[in-house]
Design a protein around this ligand. Sequence first.
Ligand code: GAR
Length: 191
Amino acid sequence: MIHIAIFASGSGSNAENIARYFSKSETVKVAVVLSNNRNAGVHARMKKSGIPSFVFSREEFAAGGAVLAKLDEYDTDLIVLAGFMNKISAPLLEAYPGKIINIHPALLPKYGGKGMYGMHVHEAVVAAGEKETGITIHYVNEQYDEGTVIFQAKCPVLQSDTPEMVATKVHALEYAYYPKVIEDLLATFLS
Ligand code: GAR
């Protein structure tokens, strides 16, 4: 069995969608969720899904030790960031080389970098009058949103769209593609 650890800081709708997708799989499972936010909606969603979730401080994520021990406890093969708003520290990158991926709610390299997360991204896209936006799934490195791109998908932005409407379209792309891209990536682990 391949074990995924999801890192999430917020609502956790992607984490729940990924957990649901693999819930019937005989080869892949979401084993654990880690968060830097004890008030994050992801904890209630995971409770419903029967998946353990744990909270670590920003300092603990940066130092690595306790977080790495938890990942080890759950035999983690792949770390999937789903709305995780902390930088990934060097100890984690060293322990999981090429095994940490993220989803960003825009077409990187546009609208990436520090401070560009969640609704901030969609507000910037609308303010700039973009005609399209989308999602980027990429490997994580030491810079925000700069690792090698694995997959992108696009959706149109209409002149009448609000940031909330753009967020809904982008979330739909995330739900449709993130689990499948993870599955395809993990197939290369098995072969
Ligand atoms: C998602 O749209 C994800 O792409 C974004 O946060 C949202 C989390 O939603 N991530 C980033 O902005 C990372 N820079 P969720 O908690 O409902 O899955």
